[in-house]
Design a protein around this ligand. Sequence first.
Ligand SMILES: CC(C)(COP(=O)(O)OP(=O)(O)OC[C@H]1O[C@@H](n2cnc3c(N)ncnc32)[C@H](O)[C@@H]1OP(=O)(O)O)[C@@H](O)C(=O)NCCC(=O)NCCS
Length: 162
Amino acid sequence: MAFELETKRLSLGPLGPADAPWHLELMGEREGGTTRTLDEAKGRLIELQASAAANGIGFLTVRRRSDGAPLGYCGLLIGRATLGEPEIAYELLRRYHGQGYATEAARAVLAAATATGRRRLWSTVRTWNAPSLRVLAKLGFRRDHSETDGRGELLYLVRDLR
Ligand SMILES: CC(C)(COP(=O)(O)OP(=O)(O)OC[C@H]1O[C@@H](n2cnc3c(N)ncnc32)[C@H](O)[C@@H]1OP(=O)(O)O)[C@@H](O)C(=O)NCCC(=O)NCCS
C-alpha cells in the first residue's frame, strides 16, 4: 500500500521510532496511565516498522496539515484477519476526537487498500465502542459476525472494496 497519503486536512506517513513521544502518550490514555518507557515505545515502533516493510501494509502517522501536529495513527494490519483481507485500525489522542479526523484518515487508508487490488477489509471492534462503530458505519462497513471471549463480545465488520 502507499505509505504517504494526503487528505484535505491531514497528511499520513510511515510510523517510526521518531513517533515515540506521542505514541507513549496515546498508550497512556488507552491504559489509564502507562508504565512504559520512551525506549520501550521506540522498540515497539521499530517492530511495527519492520512488520510494515515485510508485509507491505502497516500503520501510518496521522498529522494535521495546518500545524504538523501528530494526532495518532491509522492503517492496515493482519490482526485477526489475513494479509489479503486485512483489518483497518485507528487511534487518536483524546484532544483530537470528535472532529471527523478518524473518518477522514480511514477513508484515505481504505482508498489506498483498494488501490492495492484488495477486495475486502475487516475491522474487529468491541460492542461498547460507539465512536469506532460510527466511523466504520460512515465508511460503509457492515456487521458480519461476532465472537465472545473473556472480554465480552467482539464484532467483525467487513467492507467490500471496488
Ligand atoms: C475511534 C476514534 C479513532 C474516533 O476518532 P474521531 O476522530 O473522534 O472520529 P470521527 O470524529 O471521525 O467520528 C466519530 C463519530 O462517532 C460519533 N460518536 C462519538 N461518541 C459517540 C458515542 N458515545 N455514541 C455514539 N456516537 C458517538 C461522533 O458523533 C462521530 O459521528 P458523526 O460524524 O456522525 O457525528 C477515537 O474515538 C479513538 O481514538 N478511540 C480510541 C481508540 C479506538 O477505540 N480505536 C478503534 C479500535 S477498534
